[in-house]
Each structure stands twice: as C-alpha cells, then as structure tokens.
Design a protein around this ligand. Sequence first.
Ligand code: F3S
Length: 415
Amino acid sequence: MQLILKAHEQEMLDGKHGWPAQKGMEILYQVGRLYGAQEMLPVKNVHMVNASVYLAGDAAVKLAEKMLAEGARFKTQTTLNPASVDMDCWEEYGFTENIYRRQKHLTDLFVQMGAIPVHCCSPYLVGQVPRFGEHCCWGESSAVIYANSVLGARTNRNGGPSALAASLTGVTPAYGYHLRENRYGQILIEVDAELNEISDYGVLGFYIGEEVSDGVPVFTGLPADVSNDALKQLGSALATTGAVALFHVEGVTPEAPTLEAAFGPHKPGRVIRVTGKEMRETAEKLKAGICGEFSLVFIGCPHASIQEIEEVARLLRGKKVKKGIEFWIQTGQPIKALADRCGLLSVIEEAGAWIVSDTCPSHCFLPEFREAKQYKAMATNSPKMAHYGWDMGKTPTAVYGVGQCVEIALTGKVQ
Ligand code: F3S
C-alpha cells in the first residue's frame, strides 16, 4: 500500500508553501513510508521534546535559526518540553549564565515560530489537553503514554524532528497508535498487591515495563478511584523500562470500561500476576547501590501537579530542610504560579525547599552543573527519575514514598 498525499500535502512536499513546510513534509513522508502509513492525519496539537539546549544540541539550534529565517510558523498549538534551566530563577538555583542565555535563545526561536513555552513534561496539566480520540503528535514518553491511556487521545512516541515537522505542516502519518486496531490490549496484568502511595504505582510500572517491552498492558485489580497522579506515575515508569505508549486500566481508563472492551477482538497473549513479592523486590532494586549520604531530594517526575505540591507543603509546614541537602519540587511555571497563589510556595520556601520550574535533572544535569553541585546521592519518589538520575544525571538515586523523601530532606536519613 502506498502513502497517498492530499493535494495541499503534495504542495508542501513540492515546496509551494516554503522551505520549512517542505522539509517538515519530507520528514513525515519518509517516516510514514517506513511505518506503512497510507495517509496523513490532520493534527492541531503538538508537544515538542527537543526543547532543551542540553539534549537538542547545537545542530538543533542552527536548524531552528534557519527555519525561522526562512519564515517558519507553527500550524498547531505547540507546547515545549523541559528546558535546561529554570527560566526565572536560574541564578538562585545555581545555573550558569552561559546555559541560561543559550536556552533563552532556543526558547525564543521556538516562541517566534508560535510555540507556547510551558517547558513542562506534564503538558496536560498546563492547558495542552487533546480530546478523546483526537489525533495529536507528542514527544516525551511520559506525556505520550498519559495522552493515549488516560485522555484517550491518539499519538505515537515522536522524536524531536517528527514533532517539529508536524508543527510546521499540521499533519502526522497514520500509523501505530493512531489506528484503532493497534490500541487494543495485548497482555493482562492481574494486580494482587496493595498500592498505598503514588510511588507504588511507579514501582508497578517499572516492573511491568520490563516484562511487556512495547506491548499494550491491561491492568485489572487497581482501585476504581485511582488518582490521575498515580496513573501519571504508572505510565511514566512503564515508558521507562519498556517502550510502552499505551495502557488500559479496567473500569478506569476510557478505552477499558470492561476487559472485553480493552482487548476487543483479541484474547490476552499473556497473563502476568503481580503480588506483594514482585512489588517488594522491585522496590528494593530501586534502592540498591546507594552508599553515600543524600544531598538531593527530588519530587516531580513527571512534573508535579498542584495536588502533589500541596502534599509536600503539608509535610514540610513549620519544618526545616537539613543543611547540605537541596530539596527540589519540580513543576511547570504555571503550576508554580498557582502554588504561589495558594500559599504553598511560601510554606515550601520557608522550609528551605525549592519549587524549580521549566527543567528537570535529565535536561539540566550538564557536566558543569554536576561539577558545581557535587551531589552525592538523590532520593526521589519517581522510578523514572531514579533511572535517569543514574543514567543521564550520573547521580546515585533511590526511590522512596513522598513521606520518606520529606523525612530524608529533613534529617538526611530514612527510618
Ligand atoms: Fe519529566 Fe524529566 Fe521526568 S522530563 S518525566 S521530570 S525525567
């Protein structure tokens, strides 16, 4: 089957709508052919992953400069993933002027093309909310899996170039999770374990991601009133150890009112049972290898909701973070502004913790930043952050519940 372009798409490919749209269509045409797409789908909604100078690199900056000089304008509502600095408080939190200036230049280029600089990896918390069934083009694995699973929107895991190309053209190729037949469940996950904390959902996702690789898991046995923050944590961990982009939860997520609806015409290819034993073993694994003392505590991977910030503020009220420990609560700038308005920011700052916006350790732990900070070990409530802490941040990292993370921040130890 051939990939057939509509007349205006062919015009873009032929260069009739300018060089940026032509380059965008060339990328999408090749991606579409590679994955067997037969048509392009209109999209209004893009979340772009290559928005930090650290990860994007100089070549991406040069490309953005050339695109803008050639008149590039985004045709979609395009939001930006985290940057390499906190754009407002970079100096206060120890980011260098050099990295701030480079980041500001890249952000400004995207803004001039029409991007909304939320610099947030939970864009659905700050106004980027596709409808059920809407085709969109998102990058950032934790956001993609949330859009597909919790919102019921349709997107693949897009890298920087294909998301940029979708913004420039307003289309994306119809393959993968855009097609109904690829959205049915494949593997049944029977959960017979107590999940008390949001971090437990991360532990569950971390374990199952390794087991299912890039399949579509369907969970049964989770409480019907599971919170969006718990689903956010479950999805981000699934997308860390696996390449999972879609999961269903029986009776909770929109494409799984029942197990029959979730699996559609198929039967589960495999059944995995999760008990307290697997949960304990995975939780232990996520604490292993830490021999030094904690000097960083991190909450907010993916970027924290106002409810998560409220919980931390409640635990911190009237207390003081131990000298020598940095406590970051990471979120998008609009949520930090809301935390300020709710009085949570002052509680957190009076305790000596920070609400850091716009960035995250996997985007800002540049060699010079690590050199200056000399973090010994990090405690976090997020298995995804534990993975990237070790991998990209080169910092030994262990996972605990929020209460234990706060305890570590206050005392340096966990009971
Ligand atoms: Fe977001 Fe960074 Fe975690 S981009 S999902 S806070 S690794």
